[in-house]
Design a protein around this ligand. Structure first.
Ligand SMILES: N[C@@H](CCC[C@H](N)C(=O)O)C(=O)O
Length: 282
């Protein structure tokens, strides 16, 4: 089976074109994702992305995490998706509508130089309702902003939750994020009873009104070098807390994502890169 290995700021994916995607969809995409994403016995990636036809948009994207779970959306993945669809002549437009489990998302290729493309994505409107995230314990409230949350023996002081179609729990801290022991703490948050669909976990430090340092523990994956929906959710959370302005640079281990958020739609701009292509037997 032909595949494409791509990344968006270091968040990497095995990507399939429509014919291969349809085949995988007809088998067991969750098991195939585990197999292909394995960094020792497979190709190695954070997720598997299928490109499918859609009756609601130009194309449909399905994203499976490395553990085989299906996610509603993937911000870094959708930039790679738009680049691959254009480069492989699946679609002949720079701006496309993509059906996802989080609704229709609109990526636009701004410029391309072969392996790299710069892409701006209209990521839609963030949802703050506790039942939409979903988070338990805040029934009847409009949002979960700057809340104190206890998980096992740890108290997190400034927690804000945002859905970008998928769930995000953003923890603001004034701590050296680079040396933060994320793998010892984040799994308890991801699997905590507060989050019935589990959650992506963001550890954020505000550097200035326009800059945030971020590390993300992704649901179904573990720590990744970047998370597009996580960066958007963090920008929204920071604005709602009064920490930042509408335009922020999110500094992640894999690079910088530029996020714009005023009061409605969130826009994300960053690169998408083709690393290599190959053939694998499944
Ligand atoms: N890396 C992604 C998000 C992928 C899905 C996530 N792990 C989830 O389960 O919600 C991004 O760039 O947004």
């Amino acid at each position: 089976m032909k595949f494409y290995k791509m990344h968006g700021t270091g968040n990497d994916f095995v990507m399939l074109l429509p014919e291969e995607s349809k085949y995988v969809e007809s088998k067991n995409p969750s098991e195939i994702s585990k197999q292909l994403c394995d960094r020792h016995f497979g190709i190695g990636s954070d997720g598997l992305i299928l490109m499918l036809s859609s009756d609601k948009a130009d194309l449909k994207m399905r994203i499976f995490n490395a553990d085989g779970s299906e996610a509603e959306m993937c911000g870094n993945g959708i930039r790679c998706f738009a680049k691959l669809a254009k480069d492989m002549n699946i679609i002949n437009k720079d701006k496309i509508e993509v059906e996802t489990l989080a609704g229709i998302i609109v990526p636009e290729i701004i410029k391309s130089d072969g392996k790299n493309s710069l892409i701006r994505v209209n990521m839609g409107i963030p949802n703050l309702k506790p039942e939409s995230i979903p988070i338990l314990g805040f029934e009847g409230k409009d949002s979960v902003i700057n809340q104190r949350i206890q998980i096992n023996d740890k108290t997190f002081l400034n927690v804000t939750c945002v859905s970008m179609g998928n769930p995000h729990c953003i923890i603001f801290m004034d701590y050296d994020i680079k040396s933060f022991p994320i793998e010892g703490i984040a799994p308890d948050v991801e699997h905590s009873a507060w989050f019935p669909k589990k959650t992506n976990v963001e550890f954020a430090r505000v550097i200035s009104k326009n800059d945030i340092e971020l590390r993300v523990w992704e649901r179904g994956v573990g720590e990744t070098l970047a998370c597009g929906t996580g960066a958007c959710a963090t920008a929204v959370a920071a604005k709602l807390n009064g920490f930042t302005n509408g335009k922020v640079n999110i500094h992640l281990p894999g690079g910088i994502l530029h996020i714009e958020y005023e009061t409605s739609n969130v826009f994300m701009t960053a690169t998408a890169t083709l690393v290599f292509e190959g053939i694998i037997e499944i």
